[in-house]
Design a protein around this ligand. Structure first.
Ligand code: NAD
Length: 272
């Protein structure tokens, strides 16, 4: 039976007791986690991601023109988001991991804000990659956005790898591009072996990521979903908290937030 809560305070209490009872906990994040930092999610009204038909991976590989267009769109979205900082949700998750109450975070997000909030990269499984840098699709060499942008703006051409001449792409997974096997395997293993699977800010509509909560559930975990709207898996959850993320996640903030932020050199955005 699913318990539905809409009051953030009740949600906080329920979450706290589930965490108190849990052994191994996995967090599973979606684009909703970062909206309080000013990055739009994928499906909410006005999404910049849906203002153009997405360029799928096969087209990116086939067409230098579409490659350049994909890069122009990426920089336009980055510019619109501005210089983003972690919010209360990211900070609470960082504290949960640091204090040993959350074992790992599986994230669909590509914004790097969980690392910026202080969660060590080794604790984060980035299912859809990371948009804060780029890689060569032929030799795998890392490229920095700051080097790519001026060349794109000067020549209008998509970047190619300095080392091998291969196509360079933001280090994210495009539509039609497979997730790396090793990353998916690691996420499946984590999902199978937890006893609390905590979804934060995802519509749970993107496959194969959306199969992970069900894998956890099939292997005996409790499933908790924190999201301001209905999700595809609400009926399968043990607890659904339908609320903004920040006010609920405050329950897990470090008691000594100031020194935590100082230690991690984080300047948080103000609470909405
Ligand atoms: P989604 O847009 O499909 O779903 C986000 C959900 O979060 C929505 O149901 C929305 O109602 C909810 N939400 C938004 N802000 C919230 C808030 N403050 N509090 C509570 N709920 C909130 O996103 P998804 O499920 O992650 O899937 C979209 C795909 O797009 C993912 O693959 C992701 O890689 C990509 N994406 C990533 C980012 C990012 O890195 N920040 C941003 C946009 C899209």
């Amino acid at each position: 039976m699913t318990i539905f809560l809409t009051n953030p305070e009740e949600g906080r209490d329920a979450l706290q007791s589930l965490f108190d009872e849990a052994g191994r906990c996995i967090g599973f994040c979606g684009a909703g986690l970062s909206t309080e930092s000013g990055i739009p999610d994928f499906r909410s009204p006005g999404s910049p991601w849906l203002s153009h038909a997405p360029i799928n991976f096969a087209d990116f590989m086939r067409s230098p023109t579409l490659r350049a267009e994909a890069w122009r769109r990426k920089f336009a979205i980055d510019d619109a988001a501005g210089s983003v900082m972690p919010n209360r949700g990211h900070l609470a998750l960082a504290h949960l991991v640091e204090s040993g109450r959350m074992d790992q975070i599986i994230t669909q997000n590509i914004d790097g804000l969980q690392q910026k909030a202080g969660t060590h990269a080794s604790k984060i499984i980035e299912l859809h990659g990371n948009g804060t840098y780029a890689t060569c699709l032929s030799c795998g060499l890392r490229h920095e956005l700051a080097d790519i942008r001026p060349k794109l703006e000067e020549t209008g051409h998509a970047p190619v790898c300095d080392a091998c001449g291969g196509p360079v792409k933001s280090a994210t997974i495009a539509f039609g591009q497979s997730l790396p096997d090793a990353v998916l395997r690691e996420a499946v293993v984590a999902s199978r072996s937890c006893d609390l699977f905590f979804v934060i800010g995802s519509s749970l509509k993107v496959r194969p990521a959306s199969s992970l909560p069900l894998i956890a559930k099939e292997h005996g975990a409790r499933l908790v979903i924190l999201n301001r709207e209905e999700t595809a898996l609400d009926a399968q959850a043990d607890l659904v908290i339908r609320s903004q993320i920040g006010p609920v996640m405050d329950v897990f903030r470090n008691d000594d937030v100031e020194s935590f932020l100082e230690q991690k050199k984080i300047i948080p955005i103000s609470a909405p």
